[in-house]
Design a protein around this ligand. Structure first.
Ligand SMILES: Cc1cc2nc3c(=O)[nH]c(=O)nc-3n(C[C@H](O)[C@H](O)[C@H](O)COP(=O)(O)O)c2cc1C
Length: 264
């Protein structure tokens, strides 16, 4: 795995307090070049997604994000596949931005769409699914940031044995080399730190599931935790180097889990 991305996976933390300084011209150019390169939009279901960089705009976070120098906005069509693809593509982007020495924070419920001025307005069937500030962390976290990290247990994750299984639930993965790689999946970010991904290995196949315990907000028109699965898929592909995605038929569906996709 690319060492810089590997480091970014383990070092990244959501940052909500910035020092207000703009990324350098070089960093901004690198971000724009990444966004313009269509090969960076390859994803499991081939959905189309667009991103816009707001170099001076605001996204209305009710002061949760302090002194953000710029934002990126992610726009998709609202389907289950697009949500997975959005997590997959955007996480790769986030890791790239972090590898440039910058900080970020996923926002879904935490920004007000009506305050965002896009260069290319939304088509009728498009939604703004995510935003993230891009900048440098302030020396001190705001009071709000400290509170939200504490509330979300943001510095913690479930243990491997609760999420990754061999052949069936209740049989955690034992192979040390596989466990080592799974650490990179374990540290993926997720909405409200729900960590809804589960993997059941069947030989070389990694079957991804979502736990039905991770529920959509009642007000939302989609389940944001589906997008979390795309984020975990991104980390899996980076850690294991496997990237053949298949939708299998007649896969066992254990209680409280829904099958999403297999990687081999
Ligand atoms: C899809 C998604 C949506 C998120 N939405 C918000 C949000 O609206 N507001 C916010 O403050 N954090 C949001 N987060 C950040 C998560 O709370 C954070 O990733 C999680 O608590 C783990 O903390 P970490 O990113 O520092 O590892 C979101 C994260 C993801 C992956």
């Amino acid at each position: 795995m690319n060492e810089k991305l590997k480091h970014a996976i383990l070092a990244r933390k959501s940052v909500r307090s910035y020092d207000g300084k703009m990324p350098s011209k070089e960093q901004t150019e690198q971000i724009k070049a990444y966004m313009a390169d269509r090969s960076n939009y390859a994803c499991p279901f081939g959905s189309s997604l667009r991103m816009e960089l707001l170099e001076h705009g605001n996204v209305g976070t009710r002061n949760v994000i302090k002194k953000p120098p710029m934002y990126v906005i992610v726009i998709i069509r609202n389907t289950r596949e697009s949500l997975i693809d959005a997590g997959y593509i955007f996480e790769r982007f986030i890791l790239f931005v972090e590898s440039l020495g910058l900080n970020t924070c996923y926002l879904n419920s935490g920004f007000q769409r009506e305050t965002v001025q896009l260069a290319e307005p939304l088509a009728e069937d498009e939604i703004m699914i995510l935003a993230s500030p891009i900048g440098f962390a302030a020396e001190k976290k705001s009071f709000v940031e400290k509170g939200s990290r504490w509330f979300l247990k943001a510095g913690k994750r479930k243990i491997l044995d609760e999420m990754f299984f061999d052949h069936s639930l209740g049989s955690p993965v034992k192979t040390p080399q596989v466990r080592e790689k799974l650490e990179y999946v374990r540290w993926a970010p997720s909405a409200v730190n729900a960590q809804p991904w589960r993997i059941i290995f069947e030989g070389e196949k990694a079957r991804f599931y979502i736990t039905t315990k991770a529920k959509a907000s009642r007000r939302a028109e989609y389940n944001i935790h589906i997008l979390d699965i795309g984020i975990a898929l991104c980390h899996y592909v980076l850690a294991f180097g496997h990237s053949s995605f298949i939708k299998e038929e007649n896969v066992p569906n254990p209680e409280e889990m829904n099958y999403i996709l297999t990687v081999e």
